[in-house]
Design a protein around this ligand. Structure first.
Ligand SMILES: NC(=O)c1ccc[n+]([C@@H]2O[C@H](COP(=O)([O-])OP(=O)(O)OC[C@H]3O[C@@H](n4cnc5c(N)ncnc54)[C@H](OP(=O)(O)O)[C@@H]3O)[C@@H](O)[C@H]2O)c1
Length: 244
């Protein structure tokens, strides 16, 4: 039985990878879904078309999460098209993998603008707009718990998003809004930019013995935004085949 019928969800970075799987899963569970993207309108349209082909309701909205005006417009257009917002899943994230001694200002700016500042903007808008009883999910990475060589600046920027989410969980829990973090392990998407030997090593260290798939992660998001997770907030779920 679908539990999200009548709900409105924004999924950032839903044109590809994990975000696309989350958007499709929330639609299958009954939600009207906003498929956010930044630079790939054709990919976002393909996700919307796939949802509509299955009888779901979706629209694509371009917005850069690192731009506050874009984020406000994303939420404004969602409310205009679908009405009040129940669910926000902030999947958007970018990575840099480089040894610490080689990091530049540009590397820092790239990951912190999307993963930290973008998380601040999306979580602010979500806190202001999500209905009482709503759900907010922020994406991080297993790399904030398990240090990965050359992953320092990425993990540091993702840790910022986690901390915003945990504080927000305390600030708006009285409205019965839950705020949780999902931290994928290595997952098979365009965003998996580690060298092949590093991926093979990580898979060899994974008790469940394979690379994660976007649907593995989307299943957990579906649980978190559904009715059964109403007593969970301020948590960081490691969805990684047990690698930590
Ligand atoms: N894949 C992994 O192994 C892994 C592991 C741990 C954590 N994660 C985290 O999981 C999340 C999803 O990762 P993924 O691998 O599925 O990503 P991906 O395949 O690299 O897809 C990137 C997505 O992010 C969107 N995007 C990039 N910058 C954006 C911005 N500034 N504003 C809005 N959207 C933006 C892209 O939109 P366009 O298509 O328009 O460019 C695209 O939809 C990220 O937060 C990532 O850090 C991934």
């Amino acid at each position: 039985m679908a539990s999200l019928i009548g709900k409105v969800a924004i999924v950032t970075a839903a044109s590809r990878g994990i975000g696309a799987a989350v958007a499709q899963r929330l639609s299958q569970d009954g939600a009207a879904v906003v498929v956010n993207y930044v630079a790939s309108p054709e990919k976002a349209t393909a996700v919307v078309n796939a949802i509509e082909a299955q009888g779901g309701k979706a629209i694509a909205i371009q917005a850069n999460v690192a731009n506050q005006a874009d984020v406000q417009r994303l939420f404004d257009e969602t409310e205009q098209q679908f009405g009040p917002i129940d669910i926000v899943v902030n999947v958007a994230g970018v990575s840099v993998f480089k040894p610490h001694t080689e990091l530049t200002d540009e590397d820092f700016e790239k990951v912190f603008s999307v993963n930290a500042k973008g998380a601040m903007y999306v979580l602010q808008a979500a806190a202001n707009r999500v209905k009482d009883g709503g759900r907010i999910v922020q994406f991080s990475t297993g790399g904030t718990m398990m240090p990965i060589a050359a992953g320092g600046v990425y993990a540091a920027s993702k840790a910022a998003g986690e901390r915003f989410a945990f504080a927000l969980a305390k600030e708006i829990g009285h409205r019965q809004v839950t705020v949780n973090v999902v931290s994928p392990g290595v997952t098979d998407t365009d965003g998996l930019v580690l060298p092949e030997p590093a991926i093979a090593h990580l898979v060899s260290q994974t008790p469940l013995g394979r690379l994660g798939q976007p649907t593995d992660i989307a299943n957990v998001v579906a649980f978190l935004v559904g009715d059964d997770a109403h007593w969970m907030t301020g948590q960081n779920l490691q969805v990684n085949g047990g690698i930590l």
